[in-house]
Structures are given as C-alpha cells and as structure tokens.
Ligand binder design. Structure first.
Ligand code: ADP
Length: 367
C-alpha cells in the first residue's frame, strides 16, 4: 500500500473550510500536534471554547477526509479549547450532547476513572468507589473499559456472560447492587488481543449503547491507563460529566498524572479531582507508618494545578488481598478505616457533581 506522508495530510486539510469564515483550516492556523505513526494519524484542532458545537462538523469532516487518503488506517481528531477547562470546584452539570442521547440516554453522570500509567490502582479504586456510591444510596453502573487488562470481573468475583435481551440490547451483570459490564465478559482473558483505534471506540460505544444500563445516577468508567490515542478518543467521544485521576505519590507517576489531567482539559472534560493511592503504609503489626512511595505529592500537585484533591488511600495489604479474591474491602470490611476513606471520596465526587451536601454513609442495618 502507498505510504502516506505528512505533506499529503496537510494538502488534504487545506481543502477544509472553517465554518462561518472564508478561510481554510490551515489559513486559520488551527491544526496542531500532527502525529503520523505507521498508518495512524492524529491531530488537534484549536478552537474557542464557545465554538465547540459549530466546529464539531469540521472535526468530523477532518477525520473523514484523512481516512479517505490511501494508506491511512485510523484518523483521530480532537477539538482543543484555547482556555483550560472550567475550575474543577464548579458544580458540574450533566452534559447534554447528541452523543449522550445515543450512547447512554438515562445515565445522569458518566465519570471516567483514569491514570497516566498502569499499576497505580485505578481499577481497585474504581471498584471500591462505585460500591461506596451504591452504599450512600445512588444507583450505580460500573463499566470496565480497560481493554488492555479488564480486571473488574475478577475483582468482583463474577464469571459468565451477560444475557441478550429481546430488544437486541444486553443486560448488564449485577453484583452487590451495582450494574456491571466489562470487555472481559466478551473476550477470553487469556487471549491476547491487538486493539486498533477504531475497534477500541467501537467496543466502548457498544458497551454504552447496547447495554441496558437503565435509569441510573452514575456510571463509573474504568478507563485504559495512559494518555494515548485510544484514551484521547474515549475522553472526547464519551459524554463524560467529569474525570478522576488516580496517581501514586511517586514523582514519575505524578508526571503521568499531569498528562492525564492535560488530556481531559484538552477535550473540555472537567477533572473532578486527583486521588493519591498507595499513599502511606501502616504496619499491621506495630502500627508504624512508612511512606513507601513518598507521601503528599498528589495533594501538592493538585494545589499547583488548581485541581480538587479528593483524598489519600493507604497502601494496605487487605485492599490487595480482598480485591484478588473478588471481595473488595468496601464490602468485606465495611467498618475499616480505608472503607471509610473510599466513602468520603465517593461523597466528595457526588458533591462536586451535584452540588448537594454529602450524604450520610454507610447504611445502618438494625438487627
Ligand atoms: P491499575 O488498574 O492502575 O492497573 P490495579 O487496580 O489493577 O491497578 O492495582 C494494581 C495492584 O495493586 C493490584 O494487585 C491491587 O490489588 C493493588 N492495589 C491497588 N490499590 C492498592 C492499595 N491502596 N493498597 C494495596 N494494594 C493496592
């Protein structure tokens, strides 16, 4: 197949006129960060935040134009606002986009849990937060979109396949009162998969649109780690009400976390806050506190970036052991100090989304 060059891409882009102007997209100097890797093309179109709706057709036209070029397999184009996203402390309203209507019409808030790199405890945090939100009285869905390592079925001890419904949708699985869907239910965990850009988005759209989530308050989406094209496309196409960044305290992870933050800001998704995971180790024998990966880095970073700091989750053996055996601590050790931390963070997130006062947690059962 013919190899594509950057010049071919620029030439094609010169044919795209900017709405409401008599100039093309290059004359207006709106294209940035062009990346051509193998046969995959990505770039951003810089716009004013107020022009998002008007420029969306331009973004789509740009993707179609590039995909039409011989030798191109994927084209990922994102709109970027000049200004940064709204202050994370503002009360975030559920987004009203056409996309949302199609994808998950009855979900009030879709919230992404993301991390700049793998292994920081993003999935563990997503599971325990989703369960904490259910405990404080919300109707909750959890979507495992971590296509590179879908771990939520294992963390919740669920096997089997979701059932098809007569209306051609599929019913989500259920556990501990929350609805669940994972790419892990559809593919064999042991089978290595190579995901190409469009497949990633296709799979995610299917899990949003073709799963009968019903009327729920919040859908927590466990995103694939990192800030590459797949993540950027997801962040842009899924009608997210906000994103939460999970980081360990190490500097290197924080650099990655900052990349995550930038990614969401680029596509105008409000970052609801940063969580520091594996923050402090409390020795179960002597109670001595050790900051294995350092401590407090995420809080300082959050302040610098003018972003909410949502809390610190300790490095705790039980958190790992319980999620490995499919019994997350929020369920198996509801009275523990760490379950309480998850609950507090869940409250803060809901407060940021709704502006409502924190709810009372957890439910008390009288015998
Ligand atoms: P990610 O989704 O970021 O790849 P995981 O949630 O799969 O990360 O977590 C990676 C490993 O770290 C898992 O074995 C998990 O049980 C463990 N883990 C996560 N958070 C904690 C924590 N706060 N304390 C102890 N172990 C944790």
């Amino acid at each position: 197949m013919t190899a594509i060059s950057e010049d071919d891409i620029w030439a094609a882009l010169a044919e795209l006129d900017v709405p409401n102007t008599d100039k093309n997209i290059l004359e207006k100097n709106m294209v940035n960060n062009l990346i051509l890797k193998d046969r995959n093309v990505s770039f951003v179109i810089e716009i004013n935040p107020s022009e998002k709706e008007i420029m969306e057709p331009l973004r789509r036209a740009a993707e179609v134009k590039i995909l039409d070029l011989p030798g191109v397999s994927t084209a990922t184009v994102a709109l970027t606002a000049h200004k940064t996203a709204p202050n994370s402390e503002s009360k975030v309203k559920p987004k009203e986009t056409n996309n949302q209507k199609e994808l998950a019409p009855d979900v009030k808030w879709i919230v992404a849990v993301a991390s700049g790199k793998g292994g920081v405890g993003k999935s563990t945090t997503a599971v325990n937060l989703a369960l904490s939100m259910e405990k404080i009285g919300l109707s909750v869905g959890l979507l495992d979109a971590d296509i590179y390592g879908p771990s939520i079925p294992r963390m919740l001890g669920i096997k089997g396949k979701p059932k098809p419904l007569p209306n051609k949708q599929i019913a989500p699985m259920e556990k501990h009162g929350i609805k669940l869907m994972s790419i892990g239910f559809l593919i064999d965990e042991e089978t290595p998969m190579i995901w190409r850009g469009p497949m990633v988005m296709g799979a995610l759209e299917q899990m949003l649109r073709d799963v009968n989530w019903g009327k729920i308050d919040i859908l927590v989406v466990d995103m694939p780690p990192g800030t590459g094209d797949a993540q950027l496309t997801m962040a842009q196409r899924v009608p997210l009400a906000g994103a939460i960044i999970v980081s360990t305290p190490q500097d290197i992870a924080l650099i990655d976390a900052r990349k995550g933050l930038n990614m969401f800001q680029k596509v105008n998704v409000p970052v609801l806050g940063i969580i520091e995971n594996m923050s402090t180790f409390l020795c179960p024998n002597c109670g001595h506190r050790t900051d294995i990966f350092g401590h407090g880095g995420a809080k300082i970073e959050a302040e610098k970036l003018n972003c909410n700091f949502l809390g610190e989750i300790p490095l705790e053996l039980d958190i790992r052991v319980k999620s490995d055996i499919g019994e997350p601590v929020v369920i198996s050790q509801p009275e523990s100090s760490y379950s309480n931390i998850y609950s507090q963070i869940a409250n803060k997130i809901i407060y940021t989304l709704s502006g409502e006062q924190p709810r009372i947690a957890p439910k008390i059962i009288m015998e």
